[in-house]
Write a protein that binds this ligand. Sequence first.
Ligand code: ADP
Length: 203
Amino acid sequence: MEAKLFFQETTVVVFVLGGPGSGKGTQCPKIVEHFGFTHLCAGDLLQAEIESESENGTMIHNFKKEGKIVPSEITVKLLQQAMQQSDNKRFIIDGFPRNEENRAAFENIVKIKPEFVLFFDCPEEELTRRILNRNQGRVDDNIETIGKRLKVYFESTLPVINYYNSKGKVQKIDAQRSVDEVFEDVKSVFAKFKPVARVDSTK
Ligand code: ADP
């Protein structure tokens, strides 16, 4: 008899939100490793589209350069495609929804409500400091664009977090602490998704 990992059959979506530099990209791979989720990063999907040099890519590039939010339909379709192509049914979606329009488009097109929203709460000064340190050649990691991205975050993404908070769906994490301390809190939020090793009696 062989021990196998079984996951739930229904699709589980967790949105991971927080300002630029709050640690989403740092924590998500750890969630993947510990809890068997597939990580979809809206920003990476958009970046891949830019690099493909498609017509969509040029448009996305221009939106990003301005620190603006890419039209919902484009991002939602890229996410939906990635979900359909995956064998997994558990997804953490990082950096999405960026605004109310994104949120409504996902609910209307994909028709799945998030299990919860993981919110990395971090003060603005710390976000700026981290982004400037990160500066690894991203077109949007420079002092001019950071201001615009932070403004978009506070004006457009915080309302999404407030919306989910009013539905009791936000799991807020203090993201100003060390990577390991933050992950300790993340682990307790995801505890119920711990993959369970069971004996497969059909073998
Ligand atoms: P996001 O994906 O939310 O934009 P990242 O995970 O890319 O943020 O983190 C932004 C920068 O801050 C990276 O250089 C990362 O190494 C660093 N960082 C992430 N989490 C922490 C933390 N808890 N403490 C200090 N630096 C961090």
